[in-house]
Design a protein around this ligand. Structure first.
Ligand code: ADP
Length: 480
């Protein structure tokens, strides 16, 4: 069946490989490229952060506007075959650090204005602003930083359909009530939006509610998480609203960039391999053990973790389980950055157990690939996990995931490819790890697990086709 070709304006605050703090960056890049491959006309829009200056491609100015005191220039650039529009507004975006925080990790105090202007600019672009005009069929918003576009677009006549995708409901873009007044002075906000049925959340301004209330369709990144966010436990105060919108909520599991994450062609690793020869991983493991100062012991199982170090990811469960992990003979290598207390505990664990525990602090894409290529096991004991990407990368690299059965982890890891547990406790993690290590010591079983994961297809194509169907629903919706 021939599908329609859609014009899609896809808004994101992160984009691999240019600017990444988590999975959203990978999804924005992987999904957009898959959509381009499928023949759609895509414009990815994001702020022109300082960190992007070094990519300095040939940019072309396609539109300019003034939003209150801010001049916004839209620079068109390309990421291979993907067209990216960077919103240049130096006063708001030309800053060091992550998209949301200064180099010390503190959120910028004017994030409401930074992402308020971003949302308002998206609405302006969705209204066919540039020359030549790009009239999108769909405005695809992702997480709270782009959510404020939704109410502006929803009130416009002759407008695109709006999809809001929830990548993590735990991050909501909440600001004090005075923020609404501050933004109203800048952005032509409708006073009726200050209501619990709209953007108000217990006296605060909620960016994510702008998406949840005003988008035509909602989606999230796994069926498991789609069910969980309707519960009080994982609805983060928004379960009622989401239940109200349940008919419009869809679940589409993330894919992975299977060219970038491919052990047979990975330019970051020394010894490449595929499902027919997973034993080659061993050579990468020896190199990595040396690199990280771990005991170069081929027979010691190496457990890895690559993660933002925040309570969501369950790093504390791993730290609590550490004596057990070590008594089972395993090594632990963690790559991550985040809460100072977790970083301190990881440094202390490394000092206390040299040769057995390694901790690399920071964001390091190349090391992430080397860890996936070297590890025997991936630990992912998340308290909640909308989809999770590392377990998908791990399965592709023959690194067996040991995960808590929550959200997308429960949807993507099964007994054929990994080990799961339910209770968010160090004891349950250790029980699953023990089972994994029993399999590790039986080479045919281990190889079977590795090959089952490595042969699964996690590429974006199937998921992009699901988004395509959803875009189709949106472009056929009755005029509002
Ligand atoms: P989340 O989006 O909640 O952080 P995901 O598993 O969906 O979790 O995606 C995390 C992404 O960020 C993965 O691509 C992972 O490899 C990457 N990542 C996380 N921490 C680091 C790090 N310290 N260095 C390199 N990559 C990292």
């Amino acid at each position: 069946m021939e599908t329609d070709r859609f014009r899609i304006l896809l808004a994101t605050s992160e984009l691999t490989p240019w600017v990444k703090s988590g999975g959203l960056a990978d999804v924005a890049c992987g999904l957009s490229r898959a959509l381009v491959r499928r023949g759609h006309d895509v414009r990815v829009v994001m702020p022109h952060y300082e960190s992007l200056f070094s990519y300095g491609g040939p940019d072309r100015l396609v539109a300019s506007s003034r939003i209150d005191g801010f001049r916004i220039d839209v620079l068109e650039t390309k990421l291979d075959d993907l067209v990216v529009w960077l919103l240049r507004c130096p006063g708001l975006y030309a800053r060091p650090g992550s998209p949301y925080a200064d180099p010390a990790g503190a959120d910028w105090p004017d994030n409401d204005v930074r992402f308020g202007v971003f949302g308002r600019s998206l609405a302006w672009l969705a209204g066919h602003a540039p020359t030549p005009p790009f009239a999108p069929d769909v405005l695809h918003l992702n997480d709270w930083p782009s959510a404020l576009a939704a109410p502006f677009v929803a009130r416009a006549p002759d407008r695109p359909g709006i999809l809001f995708t929830i990548h993590n409901l735990g991050y909501q873009g909440l600001f004090g009530g005075e923020s609404f007044r501050r933004l109203s002075a800048l952005l032509d906000m409708d006073p009726t939006w200050w209501a619990p049925e709209a953007l108000e959340f217990h006296g605060q301004l909620s960016f994510i509610k702008a998406g949840l209330v005003f988008a035509d369709r909602l989606s999230t990144v796994s069926p498991g998480y789609a069910r969980e966010i309707l519960t009080d436990e994982l609805g983060f105060g928004l379960a009622g609203l989401l239940q109200h919108r349940a008919e419009d909520l869809r679940a589409i599991v993330n894919g992975i960039d299977s060219e970038h994450w491919d052990p047979a062609h990975d330019r970051f690793i020394a010894h490449r391999y595929d499902a027919d020869r997973p034993e080659i991983k061993q050579r990468n493991k020896t190199l990595l053990q040396r690199e990280l100062g771990l005991q170069a012991a081929p027979d010691r199982p190496l457990a890895i973790m690559i993660s933002r170090l925040v309570p969501q990811k369950g790093i504390d469960l791993v730290l609590d389980a550490l004596p057990g992990i070590l008594s089972l003979g395993a090594q632990l290598a963690v790559l991550g950055t985040g809460d100072a207390d977790y970083e301190r505990r990881l440094h202390a664990a490394r000092t206390a157990h040299p040769g057995s525990v390694a901790f690399a602090r920071g964001m390091n894409e190349a090391l992430a690939h080397r860890l996936e290529a070297a590890g025997d096991l991936l630990l992912m004991p998340s308290r909640y996990e909308p989809c999770g990407l590392n377990q998908l990368y791990s399965m592709r690299y023959g690194t067996i995931p040991v995960v808590r059965r929550t959200g997308g982890l429960g949807d993507t890891v099964n007994a054929a490819t990994g080990f799961t547990f339910d209770e968010p406790s160090a004891g349950s993690l250790l029980t699953a790890l023990r089972a994994a290590l029993t399999a590790y010591r039986d080479p045919p079983t281990w190889r079977g697990l590795q090959q089952a994961g490595m042969r699964r297809d996690f590429s974006w194509d199937a998921s992009a086709a699901d988004y395509e169907r959803l875009y189709g629903e949106l472009s056929e919706r009755p005029a509002s």
